[in-house]
Design a protein around this ligand. Structure first.
Ligand code: PMP
Length: 394
C-alpha cells in the first residue's frame, strides 16, 4: 500500500531555511520563515506567557480531557478579543483547534458538510495553505485579483469585479489584517463595500485572522472584520494565537461561526464539535489555557498587550527605515509601499531571478515570490538589504 505513495513537493520555505543554515557567510539575512524575530534574531517567549505558564504548572491538578470544543472560557475570551463590540452573544459558535491552520481546516470541513458545491474564493496571492487544504478536501477554488504589483497596494476595483462574479452561497476568504504574503490591506471603507457585496450576492465570508496586533493595534486590526460581522447574517472566522501570543508550537486557534439565529447557532456548534471529534477529538489545551489566563487577568493582559505593542512598533520602524534607505538610494518613492504595508510580510515585487541574485550575491534569503519577513531585519541589516535590492535591479 505505502509503495503507492508518490513524493510530496518539498516545502519551499523549509528548503529556504535549510539553505540559509548551510550558508557560511556571516552577513546573511533570513527574511524567509514566517515567525516574529527580535533584533537579535530570537523568537522569545512573551513575559505574560512565561508568568501564566508558571502559574499553570503550580495550580493545575488534572490533565483530564477538556470538551470537544475546548474550554468555553478560552472561546469566550478569544472571541471577545477578536470581535470586540461586534461580539454576537447568542449567534456565536466556537471550537478550539490546534492552531489557526486547523481552524481553517475545520471551517472548510464545515463548508463541505453544509454546502459541498460552494466555491472558495481566495485572494491572488494568498497564504499557500489556503488552496492546499481546500484542494485536498475537494473544495472548489476560485481566485480574485487582489495585489497590484505596480503600486504595492490592493487593486480594489479588480477584487470587486471578480467577487461580483461569485455565485450565491460561495465563500469569500479574507485576511483579517496583515495580509500574507503581500502586506497590503483593505481600508475600512473597502471592508464596508466588501460586506455590502457579500450581503447583496448572498456569499459567506470566511475571515482568517492570524496577526491581530501586528499591524495597527489589537482593535484597529480587527475593525474591518467587526464592521463586516455587524452587517452579514453569517460568517466564519479562523483565529490563530501563534503570532500575537508567540506560542507557535502550542497549536492554539479558534474557529468561530456566526449563525443567522440563536437556534441555528446550536446546530452549528454541534456540527463543529462533531468535526473536532472526527479529526482530533479534543483540541490541545496548554496554549489555550495560557491565552485564557492572560486575557482574563488584568495584570497579565496589560503586560501582554504592552509587549505586543513593542513588537508591532519595532516592525513599523523597520518598515520606515527600509523605505527611507531605498528612497535615499533610488531618489524616488517607488518603495514607499513598504512603509504603508502592515504586519510581518511585504511582497517586494522582485522577479525570481532578482530574488536569486540577492541570495547569491548578498546573502539575502526571501521566498521566491519575493515575500520578505520584515521581522527578519534589524537596524544593521536594513542598509544591506536596501543595497541588495538596488544592486539586483528591483
Ligand atoms: N493564516 C495565515 C495567513 C498564516 O500566515 C498563518 C501562519 N503562518 C496561519 C493562518 C496559521 O498559523 P498557525 O496554524 O501556526 O496558528
Amino acid at each position: 500500500m505505502l509503495s503507492a505513495l508518490t513524493p510530496q513537493a518539498p516545502d519551499k520555505i523549509l528548503a529556504l531555511m535549510a539553505a540559509f543554515r548551510e550558508d557560511p557567510r556571516e552577513a546573511k539575512i533570513d527574511l524567509g520563515v514566517g515567525v516574529y524575530k527580535d533584533a537579535t534574531g530570537l523568537t522569545p517567549v512573551m513575559r505574560a506567557v512565561k508568568t501564566a505558564e508558571r502559574q499553570l504548572v503550580e495550580a493545575q491538578d488534572t490533565k483530564v480531557y477538556t470538551g470537544l470544543a475546548g474550554d468555553p472560557v478560552f472561546a469566550d475570551a478569544l472571541s471577545r478579543l477578536v470581535l470586540g463590540d461586534a461580539w454576537p452573544a447568542d449567534r456565536l459558535a466556537c471550537v478550539a483547534t490546534p492552531g489557526g491552520t486547523s481552524a481553517i481546516r475545520q471551517g472548510l470541513e464545515l463548508i463541505r458538510m453544509a454546502a459541498p458545491d460552494a466555491a472558495l474564493w481566495l485572494s491572488m496571492p494568498t497564504w499557500p495553505n489556503h488552496p492546499a487544504i481546500a484542494n485536498y478536501l475537494g473544495v472548489p477554488v476560485r481566485e480574485y485579483r487582489y495585489f497590484d504589483a505596480e503600486t504595492g497596494g490592493v487593486d480594489f476595483a479588480a477584487m470587486m469585479d471578480d467577487l461580483g462574479r461569485a455565485a450565491t452561497g460561495d465563500v469569500v476568504m479574507l485576511h483579517g489584517c496583515c495580509h500574507n504574503p503581500t502586506g497590503a490591506n483593505l481600508t475600512l471603507d473597502q471592508w464596508d463595500a466588501v460586506a455590502d457585496l457579500i450581503v447583496e450576492r448572498d456569499l459567506l465570508p470566511f475571515v482568517d485572522i492570524a496577526y491581530q496586533g501586528f499591524g495597527d493595534g489589537l482593535d484597529a486590526d480587527a475593525a474591518g472584520l467587526r464592521a463586516l460581522v455587524s452587517k452579514v447574517p453569517e460568517a466564519l472566522i479562523a483565529a490563530s494565537c501563534s503570532k500575537n501570543f508567540g506560542i507557535y508550537r502550542e497549536r492554539t486557534g479558534l474557529l468561530m461561526a456566526i449563525a443567522p439565529s440563536a437556534k441555528r447557532r446550536q446546530v452549528t456548534q454541534g456540527a463543529m464539535a462533531a468535526l473536532n471529534r472526527l479529526n482530533f477529538s479534543f483540541p490541545p489545551d496548554h496554549g489555550a489555557r495560557v491565552v485564557q489566563m492572560i486575557l482574563t487577568d488584568d495584570t497579565l493582559r496589560a503586560d501582554w498587550a504592552a509587549e505586543l505593542e513593542d513588537v508591532r512598533k519595532g516592525m513599523l520602524s523597520l518598515r520606515e527605515a527600509l523605505a527611507t534607505a531605498l528612497r535615499a538610494r533610488t531618489g524616488s518613492d517607488r518603495f514607499g509601499f513598504l512603509a504603508a504595508h502592515r504586519g510581518m510580510f511585504s511582497l517586494l515585487g522582485a522577479t525570481p531571478e532578482q530574488v536569486e541574485v540577492m541570495r547569491r550575491d548578498h546573502g539575502v534569503y526571501m521566498v521566491g515570490d519575493s515575500r520578505m519577513n520584515i521581522a527578519g531585519l534589524n537596524a544593521a541589516t536594513v542598509p544591506i538589504l536596501a543595497d541588495a535590492i538596488v544592486a539586483a535591479g528591483v
